[in-house]
Ligand binder design. Sequence first.
Ligand SMILES: N[C@@H](CCC(=O)N[C@@H](CS)C(=O)NCC(=O)O)C(=O)O
Length: 248
Amino acid sequence: MESIRIIGSYLSPYVRKVLVCLELKGLAYQLDPIVPFYGNDEFSRISPLRRIPVLITEDVTISDSTVICEYLEQQFPLPALLPQAAADRARARWLEEYADSRLGEVLIWGLYNQVAIRRAVWNEAPDADLLKKIHEQDIPHVLDYLEQQVPKDGWIFPDFGIADISIATFFRNAEFARFKIDAQKWPLTAAFVARVLAHWSFVRLHAFEDLIFRVPPAGQREVLIAAGAPIHPETLGVGSPRRGILKI
Ligand SMILES: N[C@@H](CCC(=O)N[C@@H](CS)C(=O)NCC(=O)O)C(=O)O
């Protein structure tokens, strides 16, 4: 089998989505666990938006978690990440898109950015007014929608797949930002997210995520190597951060 290298931190929800898919498909990989702001010029070359994840194999270098997961699905069809029927596939892709765009906007660029990234990367305090709006308006709005979409038991489609993974991965970051879904208000979503995050494919990554959450970006690679994570021998990381290209 061709070698698979993923550029990107265990703490990125989009990287986690790809790693969970690799775990499910039983594919070995090596990670270059960089926080995107610390990427070097080679990172800019292979990821023109300076975003993680990037997949590198002998055949391709591609960015974007959705593009990567679709590539993996085509190359390694089993177990399938998407359901079979066309209507189900379309709905799964929509939920993936909703998660990547809207949950990304609210839970990553909003919540996680304010609570974790601003201080760790830029040494800036959180914006209290923005956090209030996120908690009072944005998060309830997305949870009201998800409550209509997720099942009472099991997965969104009969087999565990991309729709489940794409939604739950953002709530793992929300947990790191000390957010817990109110199970009184959104019981189905609270239970669904807990169920998905307890799936073995997510659990295999938990220890590495917990390990680096409080470690400054520059030290994360060494800590992960010492813990036995599958780390690639080369890195595209540098010692100081630069601002990204896109706002969201
Ligand atoms: N649509 C992309 C989004 C990836 C993304 O936004 N990744 C974040 C990390 S969680 C990133 O690299 N941010 C750096 C930036 O945009 O400057 C995907 O699905 O891979």
